[in-house]
Write a protein that binds this ligand. Structure first.
Ligand code: NAD
Length: 250
């Protein structure tokens, strides 16, 4: 299926994990993809993989927490492919510290990369997306709705993403669609710091009994970004193997 032939997509946090899988998926479905990240070597490697598969892609160094980064990303996207049809904001950081231990700088940095970036990105690309009748997809998390010990700014940023995306859907509704994906436990590099025992516990906490793959979230992003989702906006699409609906206790 070639749902994105003739379309251009921008993906942030595209050097690894869910962002890389989304870039590969959209390219495989015909999109020209502009990958943005701060991990330049890894980002260039994903571009090479896309090109080796016959796709078209470019990499841009972009710190999503800065206005200049987004401006550079927009300029490069225009130069490479014109105004985008799809923008997927996905980059993130996380700092593990309980609320009383998190520093002001830690809070500000996490909110800037995870949440303010979405505002900056939407602001800079909204006219383009209006002109292409395009859509914006944001990666939130199940922790928009459920607490995660040691991650106050992460949870707040992910809840903020869902709220802001609903707001943007209303604000720019007739022309641009805005939807969020809320992944559960997805086996990317961030899980390297989780012990195997804890990984097994998280897998057991899902209804499907396993951790998800980045490609399974990419498939959901591609759906929301495609014409198949033409009547979906302001939505939160949970991609968690049933983690959110499973309770062990009676
Ligand atoms: P990942 O670490 O593989 O990818 C994150 C990418 O963001 C990296 O390539 C990193 O270099 C990039 N990045 C970090 N700071 C940046 C900045 N300032 N500017 C630009 N790029 C920056 O992680 P992942 O697991 O693929 O996570 C992707 C998204 O999925 C995140 O938004 C995360 O919150 C969400 N998510 C992941 C899981 C999971 O279990 N993996 C669960 C829920 C939500």
């Amino acid at each position: 299926m070639q749902r994105f032939t003739g379309k251009t997509a921008v993906v942030t946090g595209a050097a690894s994990g869910i962002g890389a899988a989304t870039a590969l998926r959209l390219a495989a479905e015909g999109a020209t993809v502009v990958l943005a990240d701060i991990a330049d070597a890894a980002g260039e490697d994903v571009v090479k993989d896309i090109v080796a598969d016959g796709g078209r892609a470019a990499y841009v160094h972009c710190d999503v927490s800065s206005q200049e980064g987004w401006q550079q990303l927009r300029d490069c996207t225009h130069e490479f492919a014109g105004p985008p049809d799809v923008v997927h904001n996905n980059a993130f950081i996380h700092i593990t510290a309980a609320a009383h231990e998190l520093t002001d700088d830690g809070w500000d940095r996490e909110i800037a990369v995870n949440l303010k970036a979405l505002y900056l990105g939407a602001r800079i690309f909204v006219d383009d997306l209006r002109s292409t009748r395009g859509c914006f997809v944001a990666t939130s998390s199940v922790h928009a709705n459920f607490g995660l010990p040691g991650h106050p700014a992460y949870a707040a940023s992910k809840g903020g993403i869902c709220a802001l995306m609903r707001q943007l859907a209303v604000e720019y509704g007739p022309e641009v669609r805005f939807n969020s994906v809320l992944p559960g436990p997805i086996l990317t590099d961030v899980w390297d710091e989780v012990s195997e025992a804890d990984q097994r516990l998280s897998a057991r906490a899902t209804a499907l009994g396993r951790l998800g793959a980045a490609e399974e979230v990419a498939a959901a992003v591609a759906f929301l970004a495609s014409a198949d989702a033409s009547y979906i906006t302001g939505a939160d699409l949970v991609v968690d193997g049933g983690w959110s609906v499973k309770k062990e206790s009676k």
